[in-house]
Design a binder for this molecule. Structure first.
Ligand SMILES: Nc1ncnc2c1ncn2[C@@H]1O[C@H](COP(=O)(O)OS(=O)(=O)O)[C@@H](OP(=O)(O)O)[C@H]1O
Length: 384
């Protein structure tokens, strides 16, 4: 009898043990899945934020920072890989692979069909440098920096921060050199560069055409008289004993003959330079932005630019505020800074007083060229 009770108890405890085991295994399984899911999600977030940081890193005023960006990006990805490793989950392996397979040194968009790259590409995680699709070619002192800073607020626009001067000064270095100065982009992002002297340099249209006939060209223009004064103000800020504007803008000291060889005056004859660009590019590939309107209504002009580039209108009036002290629109935040800020001190300088007779004479000089420019572009900028 004791034997059968013992046997019964034994059966009972074996069953309990089996049930307990099943419960334990189930718990362990669910706990593992849950943890793995959380860790994978954390790793993914880390990975995404690092890549987005990497792509947000923009070069500002010095082309040397391109190299710094690449180094910083590489380091950032290493850090993620290390973090993931510390988590001890399988995704760490993937992240390490990411870090080692992104080629930061080559400066070329390499094509690799291996499965491990395919997955990364599907996730859009293969940043590489590309030649620009869009150029801000000028015009100097018309608001080219403002345009670049405003349009690069768009997540699908990546720009070289410094003026690369490839097509006018460094052409002999070749396209590989040029591409190396471009920021990293992922699929679907536009690569942009601005060098205002491109507009007025004779060889540039043909060179851009040879790089890519489909290049989109952005041109900011401003009343050529104010532009000339702005140009002069910049030059005078760098040279203590600069002659007065009136002495430089005219031949022989009187206001009768305009000195068309003087750079600040010459650049304002927009029609002459535009005609040269139109030998290589159809008007439909050029977008003209009013420098005056870029100050008065930046959202409007940036809206036009986004449409022209086939981008969703992401940059809107919400991004801008008018700084009354500076007298210019400024940004609530940008890629470089998360606090409200304006463009640098060299943008929006006070101009010296210029004799009104000199201004009137210059206006008269520019009028036929302006009219020609309105005719070529199909836009009346209504400069005085
Ligand atoms: N938001 C904002 N903030 C400051 N300045 C602005 C802005 N929008 C347009 N501008 C005008 O841009 C002028 C400088 O033009 P660029 O950037 O093309 O100059 S440069 O050629 O790159 O040196 C600059 O010329 P100056 O006023 O003579 O300094 C400005 O009038």
């Amino acid at each position: 009898m004791y034997g059968s009770i013992w046997c019964h108890n034994l059966n009972l405890s074996s069953r309990n043990l089996a049930i307990a085991l099943v419960v334990c295994v189930t718990l362990v399984y669910f706990s593992y899945s849950f943890n793995a899911c959380i860790l994978a999600s954390i790793s993914r977030s880390l990975q995404e934020s690092t890549l987005s940081n990497l792509l947000m890193l923009q070069v500002r005023n010095d082309s040397d920072t391109v190299a710094t960006v690449a180094t910083a990006a590489s380091t950032a990805i290493d850090v993620v890989a290390t973090n993931a490793s510390a988590n001890g989950v399988s995704t760490a392996t993937n992240l390490s692979t990411t870090a080692s397979t992104i080629d930061f040194s080559a400066g070329l968009a390499s094509v690799d069909g291996a499965p491990k790259y395919q997955m990364l590409r599907q996730q859009g995680l293969r940043p590489s440098r590309h030649l620009p699709d869009t150029l801000i070619i000028g015009v100097k002192k018309s608001g080219t920096r403002a345009l670049l800073e405003f349009i690069r607020l768009h997540p699908d626009v990546r720009a070289a921060g410094s003026e690369v001067h490839f097509f006018d000064r460094h052409y002999q270095r070749g396209l590989r050199w040029y591409r190396h100065h471009m920021p990293y982009t992922i699929e679907g992002q536009i690569t942009m560069e601005k060098t205002p002297s491109y507009f007025v340099t004779k060889e540039v249209p043909q060179r851009v055409y040879h790089m890519n006939t489909a290049t989109k060209l952005l041109i900011v223009v401003r009343d050529p008289v104010t532009r000339a004064i702005s140009d002069y103000t910049q030059a005078a800020s760098k040279k203590a004993d600069m002659k007065r504007f009136e002495q430089l803008a005219f031949v022989n000291g009187s206001y009768s003959v305009v000195d068309t060889n003087w750079g600040p005056v010459k650049i304002g004859v927009y029609a002459r330079f535009l005609e040269h660009w139109l030998l290589y590019f159809p008007l439909s590939q050029l977008l003209f932005i009013s420098g005056e309107r870029l100050i008065m209504d930046p959202a409007y002009e940036i809206g036009r630019v986004q449409d022209f580039l086939g981008l969703k209108r992401v940059v809107t009036e919400k991004h801008f505020y008018f700084n009354a002290t500076k007298g210019f629109p400024c940004l609530f935040k940008s890629e470089a800074r998360s606090t409200p800020h304006c463009l640098g001190k060299t943008k929006g300088r006070n101009h010296p007083h210029i004799d009104t007779n000199a201004i009137d004479r210059l206006r008269e000089f520019y009028r036929p060229f302006n009219n020609k420019f309105y005719q070529l572009t199909g836009i009346n900028f209504a400069w005085p």
